[in-house]
Design a protein around this ligand. Structure first.
Ligand SMILES: [Zn+2]
Ligand SMILES: [Zn+2]
Length: 136
């Protein structure tokens, strides 16, 4: 999926990539990446030991505000940051080890107009749960 492109997308929109912002973006690079702020900080600190939690949190908030990263709540304790916000996708989560995979179901979930209770619905989040091949 598109996660690899996060750095490229940020370059394309002239987001100023300071060393701190770069290591945060790099911590979210790759396919099927969903990391908590703590995990992003740990990965960023391996590249740039002096980076503070506050800087990581602020950068994540900026990336979310730009629409380049999406916060998702997949039933664990913490929100996860997902660098693949541009393509509509759902999640497959392992109940054993917590591994998360991006999936695109053939049919997107939808509500009949009569079931929307007057809400202007702009998206649906579906989590498929089970056991991954390692945990089965
Ligand atoms: Zn598993
Ligand atoms: Zn995802």
């Amino acid at each position: 999926m598109d996660g690899d492109d996060l750095l490229q997308r940020l370059r394309d929109r002239d987001f100023r990539l300071t060393a701190q912002r770069r290591v945060v973006a790099e911590a979210l690079a790759g396919a099927h990446v969903h990391r908590s702020a703590e995990e992003v900080h740990a990965a960023a600190a391996q590249r740039l030991p002096e980076i503070s939690r506050a800087t990581v949190y602020n950068t994540l908030n900026e990336l979310v505000a730009l629409g380049e990263v999406r916060e998702v709540q997949l039933g664990g304790r913490s929100r996860l940051y997902d660098p693949n916000p541009t393509r509509e996708h759902q999640h497959l989560v392992c109940d054993g080890c917590g591994a998360v995979v991006d999936v695109i179901p053939r049919e997107q979930p939808a509500l009949e107009p009569g079931d929307a209770h007057g809400y202007a619905v702009d998206r649906a989040e579906v989590t498929f749960r089970g056991l991954c091949p390692n945990c089965r």
